[in-house]
Ligand binder design. Structure first.
Ligand code: URA
Length: 427
């Protein structure tokens, strides 16, 4: 591999010039091995944040991160594989229902997931609220479960795109997370290395998302779809709303409870609709267009898959979920329509109650979180319940309540109807 100098590469990008393939391969490799120091990579990430990268550079960066570690192979499975990735939001528990639902139709879903950081929850943290459930599987266990049940949600092994793991940790503490080039290459390197046969992206847009505007979300989605196309990974994206939280809860055990409601054919209307839309999109990519997805939620087939998936990883789907010792209800101060319900504020309130962590490795409370009793467009009478707060540590109530008071706007007139799916991107 040709050697370069990190400082020259930083200067070049800082001046807005594209990097060559050889430069990108070298710096990603040298950063992974420790030859390039964290502060140099942080400076380069900041230069990329301000100057961006061309699509050829992003594709090369993605390949270099894939090459830093292992790749997986699902080609021995009988059924096609399709995965979904969400860019993260408040109350977004869709993966829990989606994996078993899609598996009902003989499509395997290898869902390598992560833990939450900051105001967005992590799928593994949610599932760990189920007594006995185990996040870590060997590759052999994962393949067996995919073959037998068709759905796996587990921790991504440390060997997959280690360059991304190291870079993500650095971006997190240097204000360089929300750069399109870096997010797109981070997500797609892991998905391509994982070896899924097709991919559906749920790109969140709004106050509770990385991407606050539809324009930025579209740019991210189109970049990721193009990276997928160049890597022969059929990829499509939905731009979905994260101005208000999804569903009726933010918090680990609370979101598992909502997932079980959806799998039983009920649950919040927006969560059910998005689950069905994403499942249809995944099945379409797997060549299955003539299927009734909603029926599998209503007739118990998705629930049966869920129970099998949880049991295969040591979980007891019948065990009661942990419940918080302390609760507090916030009521509407006046009568009117909810015209705004800020997803970021609800996510941060759940975090303040103990549902999330401030840094990797912090302990979390499975029981903590916020139940949401009304959504944008609902009419409420003064005194009716808006939120119920759950925690094991009541001294946390005060700051969570303060954050939730900033979350809601109540008006005399009805707001325009809330939009759940803003756009579909299929290349
Ligand atoms: N999720 C990722 O995996 N990477 C990012 O950069 C942002 C969200």
């Amino acid at each position: 591999m040709t050697r370069f100098t990190a400082v020259d590469i930083i200067h070049q990008k800082r001046a807005g010039q594209p990097l060559s393939a050889a430069q990108i391969d070298w710096i990603v490799h040298a950063f992974t091995t420790g030859e390039v120091a964290d502060e140099q990579m942080a400076a380069l990430a900041m230069a990329i944040y301000f100057q961006g990268m061309e699509i050829a550079e992003i594709a090369q960066w993605t390949s270099a991160m894939i090459a830093s570690g292992d790749t997986m192979d699902f080609s021995t499975l009988e059924n096609p594989t399709v995965d979904k990735h969400s860019t993260g939001g408040v109350g977004d528990n869709i993966t829990l229902m989606l994996a078993p639902l899609v598996a009902v139709f003989d499509v395997a879903v290898p869902q390598l997931s992560g833990r939450g950081l900051g105001h967005t929850g992590g799928t593994l943290d949610k599932l760990e609220a189920i007594p006995g459930w185990r996040a870590t599987l060997t590759t052999a266990e994962m393949l067996t479960q995919l073959g037998q049940i068709g759905a796996v949600i587990c921790a991504a092994g440390a060997g997959l795109a280690p360059a991304d793991k190291k870079l993500y940790a650095l971006r997190d503490i240097t204000g360089t997370v929300d750069a399109v080039a870096l997010i797109a290459s981070s997500i797609m390197s892991k998905k391509i290395a994982e070896g899924t046969g097709a991919l559906v992206l749920d790109v969140k847009v709004g106050a509770g998302a990385f991407m606050k505007t539809p324009e930025r979300a579209r740019e991210l989605a189109e970049t990721m779809c193009e990276l997928g196309r160049q890597a022969n990974l059929p990829t499509t994206a939905l731009l979905t709303d994260m101005s208000q939280p999804l569903g009726s809860a933010a918090g680990n055990a609370l979101e598992v409870a909502t997932a079980v409601e959806i799998l039983a054919g009920g649950g919040p209307a927006d969560t059910r609709q998005l689950t069905i839309e994403l499942a249809q999109e995944m099945l379409r990519l797997a060549g299955k267009t003539d299927v009734d997805v909603a029926a599998a939620l209503d007739d118990g087939r998705a629930m049966d898959k869920w129970r099998a998936m949880i049991a295969a990883q040591g979980g007891d789907a019948d065990a009661p979920l942990p419940k918080a010792r302390h609760r507090h209800t916030i009521t509407a101060p006046t009568s009117g329509y909810i015209s705004q319900l800020d997803a970021l504020a609800v996510g941060e309130a759940a975090w303040r109650l103990g549902a999330g962590r401030a840094k990797p490795g912090d302990a979390i409370q499975a029981e903590a979180g916020v139940q949401i009793h009304a959504k944008v467009g609902d009419y409420l009478r003064a005194g009716s319940a808006l939120f119920t707060l759950h925690t094991q540590t009541p001294e946390r109530f005060e700051s969570a309540i303060a954050r939730l008071h900033e979350a809601v706007n109540i008006t005399d007139t009805a707001p325009p109807p809330a939009v759940l799916i803003h756009e579909r991107i299929r290349r």
